[in-house]
Design a protein around this ligand. Structure first.
Ligand SMILES: *[C@@H]1O[C@H](CO)[C@@H](O)[C@H](O)[C@H]1NC(C)=O
Ligand SMILES: *[C@@H]1O[C@H](CO)[C@@H](O)[C@H](O)[C@H]1NC(C)=O
Length: 467
């Protein structure tokens, strides 16, 4: 009885102290991590950088997109066939803006561009075809829309946006689809299909990975989704950015036309570390105090370190880092005749299959996700800028002047329509027999709605057909 009464309080006090110490320690660690992830300061201690979890990019695995069927076959491909008929050849100046190339021309001009459509087709062929019932199980969350193509016309069934950014992206997607349809000579006899798309950064933001949703980017394990060209081909215009359509940015870059000899032999990057702290801090660290490093964090509020998209072209090397998921800015960097330096990517966009990190067609430089080999990869290229120039030339030839042209974008959309429609196993009716209403609002009418009406749109409740 005596023993516990005298030693217990001491024990309790000791325990309490220990608990207190542990709590303080964990609180400090949590605070430090929080600070590391959210600050945009230029320097934070490397130990803190180590502490930062991979954050938004949660998994450490990475994928590379080596696709042997893609680039190298463009040398041989159709031309090798000993047919006497003259083979049509894509010419950037003549055809780059032609959004009405036919299917044969698309195939001849852009080998390797349709990889992900073929993959999606194969996936759904082996997982049962797609149907209206299947789409009915997909909740339309904010950032998503459901639409169908019937007799070559686009109809919007429903669309939900959290705000302006979503609304504009949804409108950009619908407009791109409309444009690709308009350039289709066989439009009126095209197969009908219905689909759901999301403009969110990640599949998991809005839906499940086994739904056949059209998205801007996917991870390698998200096999059921279909890749579509992102909103910025139509235009990247929101409150923070007013860049216009992608091909207009290309116009600006081409007008600048900076000679290679006048470019700085340095690696440029500007951005907010807090968007993807682990990746972006690693880049800041790897480039710090290097003669070839010009890597800085921007402060939008104060306007420090801002650099216009086309001014990145003043540098021989441009770093590319993923953000919350994919980064739509890769294509702007590829508009410059410069060498893109990217870490191994986790998110696949439709044109990523054309990235080549080695060989005679090398069109970018790939480094590890922690940038530990950045110096090792850059040093030889800074010394031998001719080798760098060859990569920059390949990048322009492959991306700016071929796979990122409006012609390629339209071809991809139509290949997506065809591929998706080939595994679509339902009829698409534009009229609901049961409910007696038009199931979708034509795109032409949808674009004329008030912004407010687009935010939470359902064709079944939208009054139309009245005078
Ligand atoms: C297509 O739908 C029909 C009728 O609903 C069904 O019998 C058939 O199995 C479906 N085909 C595929 C490939 O799922
Ligand atoms: C890169 O392209 C330019 C013209 O566009 C050409 O003059 C130059 O020789 C090329 N350089 C290399 C190394 O391929």
């Amino acid at each position: 009885m005596a023993l516990p009464s005298c030693s217990f309080p001491r024990l309790k006090r000791g325990l309490l102290l220990l608990l207190c110490a542990i709590t303080t320690l964990s609180c400090s660690i949590i605070l430090a991590i929080w600070y590391g992830m959210n600050t945009d300061r230029e320097y934070i201690h490397p130990m803190l950088t180590q502490l930062i979890p991979a954050g938004h990019c949660a998994c450490q695995t990475s994928t590379t997109f080596e696709c042997s069927t893609c680039l190298s076959c463009s040398d041989t491909g159709l031309r090798d066939q000993s047919s006497p008929a003259p083979v049509w050849r894509f010419d950037y100046r003549l055809d780059g803006r032609n959004q009405a190339l036919d299917q044969m021309q698309c195939q001849a001009a852009f080998p390797g561009l349709f990889e992900d459509v073929a993959r999606g087709e194969q996936y759904w062929r082996s997982h049962g075809a797609l149907s209206t019932e299947e789409l009915d199980t997909i909740p339309i969350k904010e950032g998503m829309a459901r639409a169908f193509v019937s007799h070559g016309n686009l109809h919007v069934v429903s669309a939900r946006a959290h705000g302006e950014d979503h609304r504009r992206k949804i409108l950009g997607v619908l407009s791109s689809i409309h444009r690709a349809l308009a350039g289709d000579g066989g439009r009126a006899v095209r197969r009908d299909f219905e689909f759901v798309f999301s403009v969110e950064d990640k599949v998991e933001d809005v839906t499940l990975p086994d739904h056949p949703v059209w998205v801007f980017a996917r991870t390698p394990t998200e096999e059921a989704v279909w890749l579509m060209p992102d909103f910025s081909f139509w235009a990247w215009d929101n409150d923070n950015n007013a860049m216009g359509p992608y091909d207009q940015v290309v116009d600006r870059v081409e007008r600048l036309d900076i000679p290679w000899s006048e470019k700085k032999p340095q690696l440029v990057w500007r951005g907010k570390p807090s968007f993807a702290p682990k990746l972006r801090r690693a880049l800041l660290e790897a480039a710090r105090d290097q003669p070839w490093g010009d890597v800085k964090q921007v402060d939008w509020a104060k306007g420090t370190n801002l650099l216009k998209m086309e001014d990145h072209c003043h540098y021989m090397f441009i770093a590319h880092v993923e953000g919350r998921s994919y980064s739509a800015s890769l294509k702007y960097r590829q508009a410059c005749r410069s060498v893109i330096v990217a870490h191994k990517l986790q998110y696949i966009q439709h044109h990523h299959y054309l990235l080549m990190s080695s060989g005679p067609h090398q069109n970018y430089v790939e480094v590890e996700r922690d940038f530990r080999d950045l110096g090792e990869k850059l040093d030889p290229l800074v010394r031998d800028t001719d080798a760098a120039r060859r990569i920059a030339n390949n990048s322009v030839k492959t991306f700016r002047e071929r796979y990122l042209t409006p012609a390629a974008e339209a071809c991809y959309w139509r290949a997506l329509f065809d591929g998706y429609a080939s595994v679509w196993n339902s009829s698409v009716s534009s009229w609901s027999e049961n409910l007696h209403y038009e199931r979708g609002l034509r795109y032409e009418s949808f674009v004329l709605l008030d912004s407010q009406q687009m935010l939470d749109f359902r064709a079944e409740t939208a009054p139309h057909g009245y005078t």
